[in-house]
Write a protein of this length. Structure first.
Length: 79
């Protein structure tokens, strides 16, 4: 807050509230539906801005980033 005030002259305040709505439970073998392995979802501006930092989302991101490497291992270019 001091740095923001010194650099911009703006005064910013932050209030933290812990919501009573919990993330879905961990996945169960043989059952479909929403599930979550854990993590945190942050929201501000009345829910207009959200940051999903759950393990499920992070794993999905890693899988998307790893697809090119997996493809090259499974389907090597003809030499």
């Amino acid at each position: 807050a001091k740095l923001i005030k010194a650099e911009t002259g703006a005064t910013k305040a932050c209030a933290l509230e812990i919501d009573t709505a919990y993330l879905p439970p961990a996945p169960v073998a043989g059952k479909d539906g929403p599930s979550c392995l854990g993590g945190v979802v942050l929201a501000c501006q009345g829910g207009k801005i959200t940051i999903d930092n759950t393990i499920d989302v992070r794993l999905r991101l890693v899988m998307e980033q790893a697809k090119p490497a997996i493809r090259s291992l499974l389907f090597p270019a003809a030499s």
